[in-house]
Design a protein around this ligand. Structure first.
Ligand SMILES: Cc1cc2nc3c(=O)[nH]c(=O)nc-3n(C[C@H](O)[C@H](O)[C@H](O)COP(=O)(O)OP(=O)(O)OC[C@H]3O[C@@H](n4cnc5c(N)ncnc54)[C@H](O)[C@@H]3O)c2cc1C
Length: 344
């Protein structure tokens, strides 16, 4: 089958990689120039800093065996088992409530983790899918679906996978809604809500690297401060400061400079006044940071004869990197059994 996948983050990439290895012809359509979605790494003063996901843990066997192969290839590494904690007054280094899990991170940022999965598929980047046209089995054209791209070209395929946030999936499903079953899917995705956040990356000159790896914060403005230098094993100091959803809601309309100033002000109470002396900064706003109410299914499928369509992503089955992976993996497993003759 010719399969078009909309969205190039972990769910779309793992589904695409497995379906391509099973003999399907897979193309991923991505609106941004770079792959990875919420796995985003930016280069600041020659340091690769994660302004999206900064660490993850593993709870399922499926994800565990995948992460182990990535570790062997040097793409991810074991990083920390626990973090420091800011209780609103002081930083506690040995947090008695710490859950002591194994956290992983990238060896040079987490975006390469996503990029490493893309070599099996064709990628159309900087191409936004604006809608879907169902052609169906009674057609004169060769394929069942047209993915309409916003540059007015189309991508024709036999099957579509929507691997975006629920909000973006809702918009795409609306354009293909002349089928009864799609109304059930639209109703479900319409109910999914997201929290937003800001991530502020900053580098510092002549500043000793902190001795903590990350601080989980009990604070109205900051939820997490990551010592990026500890991931990169460098003596150059770099932090990423992640805001709370409350801060995002309150300040989303402010200018970048105002947001940076507010975050540095809060961070200085936690780690010290030196944070005001940054060398370079990068601010990223995330409208869809985390799902508040995930859907209790691994994937959703619109079962049309001869024209498969499915939705995958972290909001299906959880709200984490791992749930996104498991969602894409489980759909590919199901479709490989259902549609593949050649299995790699
Ligand atoms: C700051 C931050 C911190 C996080 N921390 C953690 C953490 O500690 N632990 C954890 O497990 N998870 C964390 N997450 C969440 C984790 O990153 C996500 O769960 C995971 O990356 C979601 O992957 P996904 O496959 O669902 O898709 P997404 O990452 O949402 O990617 C969707 C992709 O689809 C593309 N797209 C959307 N619409 C279109 C369209 N119309 N046409 C073409 N392309 C389109 C987007 O550009 C994007 O690339 C964090 C996220 C952020 C932002």
């Amino acid at each position: 089958m010719v399969i078009g996948i909309i969205g190039s983050s972990i769910s779309g990439l793992i589904a695409g990689k497995r379906l391509a290895k099973a003999g399907h012809d897979v193309t991923i359509i991505e609106k941004n120039r770079s792959l990875g979605g919420r796995l985003k790494t930016v280069e600041l003063d020659s340091l690769n800093l994660d302004v999206g996901l900064s660490r993850f843990d593993v709870t399922t066997n499926t994800f565990d065996s995948f992460v182990k192969t990535q570790e062997e290839e040097g793409i991810v590494q074991k990083w920390a088992k626990e973090f420091s904690y800011y209780d609103g007054l002081e930083v506690i280094n040995d947090d008695p409530n710490s859950d002591s899990r194994q956290y992983y991170t990238g060896t040079n940022g987490l975006q390469p983790f996503a990029e490493s999965m893309s070599r099996w598929v064709d990628i159309k980047s900087e191409e936004q899918a604006g809608g879907l046209t169902y052609i169906g089995p009674d057609r004169s054209k060769k394929r069942s679906w047209m993915i309409n791209l916003t540059d007015i070209s189309v991508f024709e395929c036999d099957a579509v996978i929507i691997a975006t946030s629920a909000v973006e999936a809702y918009g795409l499903m609306q354009t293909a809604q002349n089928k009864t079953e799609s109304r059930r899917i639209i109703r479900h995705v319409d109910e999914v809500r997201y929290d937003g956040c800001f991530s502020l990356a900053a580098t510092f000159d002549n500043q000793e690297v902190p001795d903590w790896k990350g601080i989980e914060c009990e604070n109205n403005s900051i939820s997490w401060i990551c010592n990026e230098s500890s991931k990169l094993n460098t003596d150059k100091t770099a932090l990423v400061i992640q805001s709370t959803p409350e801060f995002y809601r309150k300040h989303a309309q402010k200018s970048d400079d105002e947001i940076k100033e507010l975050l540095f002000e809060e961070a200085s109470d936690i780690v010290g006044t030196w944070v005001h002396r940054s060398k370079s900064t990068y601010l990223q706003g995330w409208k869809y940071f985390k799902t508040k109410n995930p859907i209790n299914e691994y994937f959703m499928e619109l079962e049309l004869e001869d024209a498969p369509l499915a939705l995958i992503g972290d909001y299906l089955g959880g709200s984490s990197l791992e749930s996104a992976f498991v969602s894409g993996y489980n759909l590919s497993e199901y479709w490989i059994k259902k549609y593949t003759e050649i299995t790699a």
